[in-house]
Ligand binder design. Structure first.
Ligand SMILES: *Cc1c(COP(=O)(O)O)cnc(C)c1O
Length: 495
């Protein structure tokens, strides 16, 4: 298996190269040129393994220039001892058919940990193979959760530096504190005046600027990305969808006789794309349900075939989904167009130029067969949190609530209520203010009083990583203009 660029198929690289480089030179994203296919006996084998075993089994198919020892080292390093649960991705059944796949038992309490605990291992192992001793510089644009998860994953990893940019008014107080208090000699954090798309566009621009690249090379450094444009972020996410399928198989084989649906609260389209890839590999997923908040650019795209980012941007209570340019959709377009790199390049350049592109009829039809798109606003999000807490005693965060709400819309619209896996992407304690306001009239003064009140009002436990933050020292206070991101990078790197 090799990796090709979505904008130019003649660019063909190994897994190690795709991961260490992050993005292709002409701006395309790397995708595998073939996918492994698993059959029933494979899944029965995988189902017998623990999470680490499952991850190794699946990932070796995608990392064919890694040795078995390297894969073992990476996967064990990532998933041993870093999650509060022996099983990093456990399922809670709510009602008859809503299987909540809890992806927030890691060190930063959001699903990004599943990938970002592993990525530093994949990246440093890859760099040894392909970039002869250069220091890896990780640049991250974050809407909140990626930043902290990447900082935690790369903290004091040898031969790496990491710099995170976040929108100063676009993250929750807890997310901000998590990042600003990050420990480590090689970490740098900077807020920018702008929204997430500004941060992401700024990072992409720095990445693809050849003068910048040259300056880094002269200092024996090289950029890479921890954003979900990096294949090393996506591959680990495929694992938990396969693993969830195996868990459901182990629970009761007949339960999945008609397959199952998957609902994903979506922003950059990385998580739901991983579910699609799992389907492509043989996991019997029927519909992929794409849930958006008020920034419903994907809902409209799925329903109309027109992608239009020229619209109001809303700051919502599910900030990790406040995104109008969904980077990983590019990989899906490559799939749906039958790997038509020219068509993808055209759609992406239209998007960059005019903020709009149109899917062909073929893409639109296929998209509609695979996906169902829905959205809900903050009000509906809060009502959903309250409903699931009072009816089932299940407390979910704001992002997961968007998914639950859209799941209900889907069932109401289609009558299709087969077993469903709902990706739960963050702990409710990461968004304690909003979650508390949904389930109680009581209010607290400070962020941590709110956390404690949420715990006492709902009889749920505060995750240890959140508890520890209360006494953390703020190290980073810088806010920069969006046009000054490059100088912030140079100054962090001392070059
Ligand atoms: C990142 C994130 C999302 C969106 O995931 P994508 O892969 O960008 O679609 C949803 N919920 C939470 C809590 C997140 O951190």
């Amino acid at each position: 298996m090799d990796y090709v660029s979505t904008r130019d198929k003649s660019v063909k690289v190994t897994a190690a190269k795709a991961i260490s480089q992050g993005i292709s030179v002409e701006g395309g994203l790397f995708v595998p040129d073939t996918f492994p296919k698993f059959c029933d006996t494979d899944f029965k084998e995988i189902a017998k393994l623990d999470y680490i075993g499952r991850a190794k089994y699946i990932l070796k198919n995608f990392l064919n220039d890694f040795t078995d020892e390297e894969i073992d080292y990476c996967v064990k390093g990532a998933y041993t001892g870093s999650f509060d649960n022996e099983q990093p991705a456990p399922i809670s059944l709510v009602g008859k058919n809503a299987n909540i796949l809890e992806l927030w038992h890691g060190p930063t309490c959001a699903f990004k940990d599943l990938a970002l605990q592993l990525l530093p291992y994949l990246l440093t192992t890859s760099a040894k193979k392909v970039s002869n001793g250069k220091k890896i510089v990780i640049l991250v644009a974050t809407s909140g959760d990626t930043g902290k998860a990447a900082l935690e994953g790369f903290c004091d990893v040898k031969d790496t530096e990491i710099m995170v940019f976040y929108p100063s008014d676009g993250v929750s107080p807890m997310q901000k504190l998590q990042m600003d208090s990050q420990k480590g000699e090689n970490v740098h954090v900077c807020a920018i005046k702008g929204n997430f798309d500004d941060a992401q566009t700024g990072v992409k621009k720095i990445f693809t600027d050849s003068a910048v690249k040259e300056k880094l090379a002269n200092n024996n450094m090289q950029f890479s990305s921890a954003n979900s444009i990096n294949w090393g972020r996506l591959a680990p996410q495929i694992v938990y969808y396969v693993s969830a399928y195996c868990d459901l198989l182990n629970r009761e084989e007949d339960y999945l006789k008609d397959g199952f649906n998957v609902v994903v609260p979506t922003g950059n389209f990385g998580n739901i794309l991983a579910a699609y890839y799992a389907k492509k590999m043989g996991v019997p997923i029927k519909k992929l349900i794409c849930a958006s908040n008020a920034n419903n650019v994907l809902t409209d795209f799925i329903n109309t075939g027109k992608y239009d980012r020229n619209r109001s941007f809303f700051t919502t209570i599910s900030p990790s989904m406040d995104i109008l340019i969904s980077s990983n959709l590019e990989r899906m377009l490559f799939e749906l167009s039958g790997n038509d790199d020219k068509a993808v390049a055209k759609m992406q350049s239209d998007l960059a130029k005019d903020g709009v592109f149109y899917a062909t009829e073929e893409i639109k039809t296929k998209m509609g067969e695979l996906f169902w798109g829905g959205c809900c606003d903050d009000n509906a999000t809060l009502k959903t949190i309250k409903k699931y807490f009072s009816e089932y005693g299940y407390l979910c965060d704001t992002h997961t609530a968007v998914a639950m709400n859209v799941y209900e819309q889907y069932v109401n619209a289609t009558g299709d209520d087969i077993p469903t896996v709902i990706a739960s992407t963050a702990s409710p304690y990461k968004f304690a203010n909003s979650v508390l306001s949904a389930v109680s009239d009581k209010k607290a003064e400070s962020e941590f009083d709110t956390v404690r009140l949420l715990s006492s009002e709902t009889s749920t436990e505060i995750p240890a990583p959140i508890k520890q933050l209360e006494n953390a020292t703020v190290r980073f206070k810088e806010i920069c203009e969006k046009d000054d991101m490059l100088s912030a990078v140079y100054s962090a790197l001392n070059i």
